[in-house]
Design a protein around this ligand. Sequence first.
Ligand code: AMP
Length: 503
Amino acid sequence: MAGRARRLADALRKAGLKPGERVGTLMWNHHIHLEAYFGIPGAGGVMHTLNLRLHPDELAFIASHAEDRILIVDDVLLPLARRFLDRTRIEKIIVARISDEAAPGEFEDYEAFIAGGDPSEPLVEPEDEFTACSICYTSGTTGRPKGVAYSHRALMLHAMCLGMKDGWDLGQNDTTMPIVPMFHVNAWNFPYAATLVGAKQVLPGPYLDPESLLDLMAGEGVTITGAVPTIWFAVTDALRAEPGRWTLPPGIRVIAGGASPPPALVRGLDALGMVPIHGWGMTETTAGATMAHPKPEMAGWPREQVLDLFAERHLPMPLVEVRVVGDEGEAPWDGAAMGELQIRAPWVAARYHDAPGTEDRWTDQVAGDRTADGWFRTGDVANIDPAGFVKISDRTRDLVKSGGEWISSQDLENAIMGHPAVKEAAVIALPHPKWGERPLACVVLRESAAAGPDDLAAHLAAEFPKWWLPDAYEFIAELPKTSTGKFQKSVLRERYADRPWES
Ligand code: AMP
């Protein structure tokens, strides 16, 4: 891998890549993408991972805004690339052949391209540790996507923390498998951290169905893997449907993040012999910033109690500082006071790339001091308990404000997903003439399972006050999802905006 990455670095340099110039990647998780993670920065370039699930218009905007000059693209994604290339400044296209069918056509073949590179040429040294290594754009659910550049320093410090016990306890005896895409938040830093410690790396390519993933996990002896909860629902369902078909390495760590994993999922993973680790992070935080690990005082706790805590809460990793700020300033760590989560860490972005008017996402910027870049306002609503565990309740815009009081849509949907008949659920706020807003639950039932509004209301009544319960339920075939597999509540809000309340 190192030899091929060095060849890529030299070939890029020979092709005229200048330090600091962006090279786009439009690829699945596979070995060529891993080579790009090293070869592009090794040539002094900045790797720009493009999200292959985005609309061509959005890709055109993102690739132009980042001023990508070269693109490395999977053959199977060429049809997508052709739909936005002419609206960008991309001059050179290098095609990675991952299928037997598609030919590179008029473009350069990746293998031929790197064959022209000399692996013994020295790599380009970054100007300093703050030099950008890669750049990734936010999914842009509020306004235009914004670019976040990651420095060598941020990625390195974060990778080192993943090696610590309260990160991922990653070491050379591990076999890693990032299912989280390499175009999304650096695949949570799996590639750099695994390479740093010398772990074996398994990459699933475009095959993300549960059977393919389980074949790899069992066949390659994966000891640590990570994905959004949606993937883990499918994997746990497949394991339960065919007991005995796959034997997973004992104690395999399963990182679930990107959205909150419902308690039923965390318990399910544990019951199937896996070690669930719930993490939180965002594009702006380079990768994961908090991880659920037990504190010493939890040593005697029953397993269920620990798992239920982990489904909700996670601890800042070493070097990460968090605080919750409400209307009245910093909220106390009492587990109840809610406010916006703000974060500070060496790997939290200090600005967006060329995005005037977004400076207010940070507090107290210190001009000229790149290490004192204030706190980043995450836009997530959270509370912190006395032990220091963070609980994310919602995105600020997803909370339901009913009669002046807040209802957490995330708590409700996680509880609804604990009902045996429910596959997926999303709760949204809809305008209400009397209460301002009231919750509507959109529910996908499991195949051949039955449950009605009364069953779900009874299920929720055991856990929540009456005024929290959704006023209505919509039973639908599928929930709309974002490009990274999260429930796309904006689509639901639009779809049901004019829905009359029954009473
Ligand atoms: P992205 O930048 O696309 O990775 O999205 C980041 C956002 O995903 C965060 O601001 C949260 O709203 C959400 N998110 C990520 N991890 C979690 C988690 N463990 N629990 C709840 N929300 C999460």
